[in-house]
Design a protein around this ligand. Structure first.
Ligand code: PEP
Length: 257
């Protein structure tokens, strides 16, 4: 059984004080929760303070990006050693990083290996554009992203990753894939490919979140899908009211409330 996992991606929002306030209200609402993992992926500037606000709670902290080298002349980057001090998770290959900052399957793979080498849990994002979706290219495209991300990674290491299937056209747009379509794509482009690359047991062990305009109103219909193990939530993770309602609705839909 895969433990459901809902993570917030705060993107480039929240000062340190705002992030701590949100973290404290999430802690008050969800400390002691069992049967579901929660995390907030904050801007780098807020990692330490939010980590302190959530210390000893069941809400993990994640970074939103990381470089693969341990140290060096890489101005503006964060190394795995730095991230590891402050975060349990790191988002890798988010579509905004791929679109605006030149991330490729190859750089995602290098970061993925670096995260594993340092015991950081990578949340690796994959997903197709609207054009690819309309052109019927979703499954081969996402399958190729999986091949690229997992190149040179053993089955044992692969089981430590969290994947986030995020159709690019659904991120921040208010549009969502239908739960049935997301479920089918996760099965055909992710689990079937992981079964080929590794084995069925490994493919079944890896958690796959859905991401793309998840809100309190639609969380339940995604989380009940057999292949969907939670959500990576952007915009709706910025307020306790909406993120809290997403978590509560997911718990209720899973009969854990
Ligand atoms: C995201 O940032 O990963 C995301 C899915 O954003 P949103 O929920 O705002 O679509």
């Amino acid at each position: 059984m895969r433990t459901p996992f809902i993570a917030g991606n705060w993107k480039m929002y929240k000062t340190v004080a705002e992030g701590v306030a949100l973290a404290e209200s999430l802690r008050a609402a969800f400390d002691g929760l069992t049967g579901m993992d929660l995390a907030v992926c904050t801007p780098a500037t807020a990692l330490m303070a939010v980590g302190q606000a959530l210390a000893g709670s069941n809400i993990g902290v994640g970074a939103q990006n990381m470089y693969w080298e341990n140290e060096g002349a890489f101005t503006g980057e964060l190394s795995p050693l730095m991230v590891k001090e402050l975060a349990r998770y790191v988002i890798l290959g988010h579509s905004e990083r791929r679109q605006y900052f030149g991330e490729t399957d190859e750089t995602v793979n290098r970061k993925f290996k670096a995260a594993l080498a340092h015991g950081i849990v990578p949340i690796v994002c994959i997903g197709e554009s609207l054009e690819q979706n309309r052109g019927g290219e979703t499954v081969p495209f996402v399958a190729a992203q999986i091949h690229g991300a997992f190149a040179g990674i053993s089955a044992e290491e692969a089981r430590k990753v969290v994947l986030a299937y995020e159709p690019i056209w659904a991120i921040g747009t208010g549009l969502t894939a239908t739960p049935e379509a997301a479920n089918t794509i996760i099965r055909e482009a992710i689990r079937d490919v992981l079964t080929e690359l590794y084995d069925a047991e490994t493919a079944q062990a890896i958690r796959v979140q859905y991401g793309g305009s998840v809100k309190p109103e639609n969380m339940a219909e995604f989380i009940v899908m057999p292949e969907i193990d939670g959500a990576l939530v952007g915009g709706a993770s910025l307020k306790e009211a909406s993120f809290g309602a997403i978590v509560k609705n997911a718990l209720a839909a899973l009969g854990k409330a």
